[in-house]
Design a protein around this ligand. Structure first.
Ligand code: OXD
Ligand code: MN
Length: 591
């Protein structure tokens, strides 16, 4: 590779050069800028974004290196209705995905993108997902006409030269094209072509739709490739739990979008468990593959966090408060007169006056929220005070436990453990959760979100379950599987469990179960903590009766739950593994 400064082509990789050439002839940008990922480049692009009004420079005394961005109000979340999996047959994409034949979609999007970068710059973003040299790492190249995307990809991925070096002369890279067009919901498509390892995203500038390494490559295309190549691409955080004796146990956990993955991955244990420490590997995505020693190893393919801002404070996530105080892009939060940021649930009182996420004047008397519920921070993982050094280990970390969990006001207990792997797959497959603001529409409704992958699985969900069941045979020492629900409420609508740092108590039980050193009792759902084995010492306002309520199994709720699960099973019936039908039958018999 030759290094040419000033955003010029820095690679001699023929496939890369030919593809960029083809796309630039098609999109017709005025200028092509090749990102090298250097600090100098970031400084220059940031200055340009400020000059263009894409970013506002925040108060550098309070928030060094931080910038503010407002998106188009019609473009604030992922758009599942406009997200397509373009496989040859509709059956391959399955009933939980929108589908269009590749030829038809290419034709449609080629018409939209033809000449769409006239008068604009095309940023060429080579990026690496995963630590360099990892057997799981993948290279992508995103072409975009959004400087916000170029800057965000610089935080969220290992971007620039490092990716081209990893790629070498190979033509095995994800081809991603992003055109903002006129940011019009009518012309908004997030299209995946798994067979071509290609993505086209148009009409949006919202992170989840346009940072193509994230949901598009790391999950949708990733899951498709993972099935072919014998690994997992999952919507999971990964963390290390260090005991007071220095033993480290690695855990992966799948919760749907905006259900606390980032908080859990950066948890600060309560004072009573002070000797315990959490180390973050990743907050959103895990790529996992069996290692030579028969254990399941995980890497975080990302290099930054794109987290939900509202509710972030020194109680819910003290490490994130520290992390986002520098080098962060804030999108759609409120802006104070002294160029600080504010959001609902931030520490301290609200500002007397500020501009809301749409740029309108806001006071505490305003009816609307100042920050959009899905406003986001984009922050480099290197600024996380709890970042595990192993995050850069190409081999990844061996996973001892997998946790599934949804947001449920009723029915699902705080914690239980699966009887075995297939039962664990059943727990993940039947996960239900109340919808959040991370996707457009439906907030609050319970929907089945298998393994938190409903919006992210790049092929037929029934085949995905089959892949999970089959992988067991390739993992000699499989992780134990658990289910949690931090969100159960009592009759007065109060959360039964205090959550946040106190979740460490549940995590400690999980870790102790993995090391076979704590007690459990059998219930129809699975194993639950035996009397006294969930450490509640020092937890104020939490009686044993409250724990009983949090753990209660109400037969009538479970009968309803099983009916709801059946809807998903009916939808997938043609490719649903029989093992899962048997698990449902067995549960019914146990109730
Ligand atoms: C995310 C999401 O942004 O899941 O991580 O929507
Ligand atoms: Mn996510």
């Amino acid at each position: 590779m030759t290094k040419e400064p000033g955003g010029k082509c820095g690679t001699s990789n023929k496939a890369v050069v030919a593809w960029v050439d083809e796309m630039s002839k098609h999109c017709k940008p005025d200028r092509i800028y090749w990102c090298d990922g250097s600090k100098a480049e970031r400084k220059a692009l940031t200055a340009e974004a400020v000059e263009k009004g894409v970013l506002i420079k925040l108060n550098q005394k309070k928030l060094p290196g931080c910038y503010y961005h407002r998106s188009n109000p019609n473009d604030v979340a992922r758009v599942e209705q406009s997200t397509f999996i373009c496989t040859e047959s509709q059956d391959e994409a399955g009933p939980t995905n929108n589908w269009m034949a590749p030829k038809e979609m290419y034709q449609k999007l080629r018409a939209f993108t033809e000449g769409s970068m006239r008068g604009r710059t095309m940023y060429v973003i080579p990026y690496l997902m995963g630590p360099p040299g990892s057997p799981l790492a993948k290279v992508g190249i995103e072409l975009t006409d959004s400087i916000y995307v170029a800057l965000s990809m610089g935080t969220m991925t290992r971007m620039g030269e490092i990716a081209l070096e990893e790629l070498g002369t190979s033509d095995d890279f994800n081809r991603g094209l992003h055109c903002m067009l006129d940011v019009n919901p009518e012309r908004r498509y997030i299209a995946h072509f798994p067979k071509d390892n290609a993505i086209i995203s148009v009409g949006s500038n919202y992170g989840g739709n346009v940072l193509l390494g994230k949901k598009c490559l790391a999950l949708r295309i990733g899951s498709y490739l993972g099935r072919q190549e014998g690994w997992f691409a999952e919507h999971m955080l990964v963390l290390g739990v260090e005991s007071p004796a220095g033993e480290k146990t690695y855990v992966a956990a799948a919760f749907p979008s905006a259900c606390g993955k980032t908080n859990f991955a950066m948890m600060m244990p309560p004072p009573h468990l002070k000797g315990w420490k959490i180390w973050t590997i990743g907050d959103d995505i895990a790529w996992m593959k069996p290692g030579p020693d028969g254990r399941l190893y995980a890497i975080n393919p990302e290099a930054g966090y794109f987290g939900v801002v509202p509710g972030t404070n020194s109680k819910s996530n003290p490490a994130a408060v520290e992390m986002i105080s520098r080098d962060t892009i804030f999108t759609n939060v409120a802006l104070t007169p002294d160029l600080d940021v504010w959001w609902e649930g931030k520490d301290g009182p609200p500002p007397k006056e500020c501009l809301d996420w749409k740029g309108n004047k806001w006071t505490p008397a305003s009816a609307e929220k100042a920050a959009h519920p899905n406003s986001r921070f984009t922050a480099p993982m290197a600024n996380n005070p709890l970042l595990a050094p192993e995050v850069n280990d190409p081999m990844g970390v061996p996973i001892r436990a997998i946790i599934f969990g949804g947001r449920r006001s009723n029915t699902t207990p705080l914690i239980y453990q699966a009887f075995n792997w297939v039962h664990g797959v059943y727990l993940g497959a039947t996960m239900g959760s109340e919808m959040t603001a991370a996707a457009v529409g439906g907030a609050g409704q319970v929907r089945r979100d298998p393994m938190a992958m409903l919006p992210f699985c790049g092929y037929h969900m029934g085949d995905y379950f089959r892949h999970w069941i089959n992988m067991h045979k390739t993992i000699k020492h499989p992780p134990r599987i658990f289910n949690v629900n931090w969100f159960r409420k009592n009759g007065q609508g109060e959360f039964l469990w205090p959550g946040f740092g106190e979740n460490m108590r549940v995590l400690k039980w999980i870790v102790d179960r993995c090391h076979a050193r704590t007690d459990a009792e059998e219930t129809p759902l699975g194993w639950v903590p035996g009397p006294g084995s969930l450490d509640l010492t020092g937890l104020t306002n939490f009686s044993p009766e409250r724990l009983e309520q949090a753990q209660a199994i109400h037969e009538e709720e479970w009968r309803r739950e099983l009916m709801m699960q059946d809807e998903l099973f009916m939808k997938l019936h043609a490719r649903l593994p029989k093992e899962l039908i048997f698990q449902r039958e067995l549960l019914l018999a146990r109730l």
